[in-house]
Design a binder for this molecule. Structure first.
Ligand SMILES: Nc1ncnc2c1ncn2[C@@H]1O[C@H](COP(=O)(O)OP(=O)(O)OP(=O)(O)O)[C@@H](O)[C@H]1O
Ligand SMILES: [Mg+2]
Length: 323
């Protein structure tokens, strides 16, 4: 069943077309990553689905209810995490959550229980008596998520919940989102960065200038963008020789020598890094490369995968730069 659906959804701001006939279908239980550059229309779409913004034309449905006609029925079924959290002076975490629980008409003993449950789920129990304004950005983000879980919504609409977070806080948010997915929630989450969402989401939509360029499974998106996997290899020495060997492997699309500095990687013996790109569905397993080199007498210093930037690949593809 489609939990989120938009039909020719269009939003104009004066002459500017922020959303151009967007057709989106997100089924129940899906974690859907919404990816696009600044100004693509992600926030606009999310705000319309959250019943906070009126579309110019077209239709948006959430949990089978129509935005603009059934907003009051939609609101209890959604949890909206905005891109910025408002400030709440002089409130501690638990009070803050109790305040919002009251707003959802959760009262008495059940309110206390819900607040404690949500604190637990978002790993904020130990911060229950801390001032909201004194929380780190990562904790504030978790609190924003905690807040929208109080009324146990089916659909979560999250606008860049991981932006501005340090790597550790990002991982914590990611774990929390995985848990929510296990709970069967339908999640729409926007971001600029694909590889962050690739692990979490099973589907992605790529949006640019209000138009949906792609919507479907992550693996299909990677296939369509023809992005091969790229690895970095650093050796103690004889880097050029090793590059020659790798060129001859089946399934290797490209071998390039780069300066370690240019790639911002730790410098090695000769200051070079091999950039190795495989064909899609290559017969050589990338994980076999290190042992292959070692068996040929090379000394390896480092081996790692470059994150796939699907968004950039897609942009190039659609602008005709690639192929
Ligand atoms: N209130 C507004 N008035 C006029 N134009 C607006 C308004 N809100 C958004 N826009 C424009 O609509 C377009 C889409 O904006 P939106 O905020 O949805 O993009 P976004 O994908 O969320 O971008 P970002 O990644 O920067 O958050 C942009 O060109 C933006 O300038
Ligand atoms: Mg935005």
């Amino acid at each position: 069943m489609a939990m989120i659906e938009t039909i020719n959804l269009t939003k104009r701001y004066g002459d500017l077309v922020a959303l151009d006939n967007l057709n989106l279908t997100i089924n129940e239980g899906t974690c859907y990553g919404f990816i696009g550059p600044n100004g693509a229309g992600k926030t606009t779409t999310i705000k319309i689905l959250a019943t906070l913004l009126k579309p110019t034309s077209g239709q948006a449905n959430v949990a089978g209810l129509t935005v603009g006609y059934q907003n009051r029925e939609i609101r209890p079924r959604i949890g909206y995490v905005p891109d910025f959290m408002g400030a709440y002076e002089d409130m501690v975490v638990q009070e803050y959550l109790e305040f919002f629980a009251s707003a959802y008409n959760i009262t008495g003993e059940s309110r206390r229980k819900v607040v404690l449950d949500v604190l637990e789920l978002t790993d904020l129990t130990y911060k229950a008596t801390a001032e909201v304004n004194g929380l780190s950005r990562g904790m504030q983000q978790r609190l924003s998520i905690a807040r929208v879980l109080l009324h146990d919504p089916k659909v979560l609409l999250m606008d860049e919940p991981a932006s501005g977070l340090d790597p550790r806080a990002r991982i914590e948010i990611r774990e929390l989102l995985k848990e929510l997915r296990r709970m069967g929630k339908t999640i729409l989450i926007s971001s600029h960065i694909l590889h962050e969402l690739a692990e979490l989401c099973n589907e992605v939509g790529i949006i640019e200038r209000g138009k949906l360029l792609f919507s479907g499974e992550v693996s299909e998106a990677i296939r369509r963008a023809k992005v091969g996997r790229t690895f970095h290899i650093m050796l103690m020495d004889r880097t050029r020789e090793a590059a020659e060997v790798l060129t001859k492997l089946p399934g290797v699309r490209k071998v390039t020598l780069r300066n370690a500095e240019e790639k911002e990687l730790a410098s090695t013996g000769d200051g070079l890094v091999i950039e190795l790109t495989f064909e899609d569905g290559s017969t050589t397993a990338p994980s076999d490369v290190p042992s292959l080199l070692i068996n040929s007498g090379f000394r390896i210093n480092g081996f790692g995968e470059e994150p796939v930037n699907l968004e950039t690949a897609f942009m190039r593809l659609t602008q005709g730069v690639v192929q």
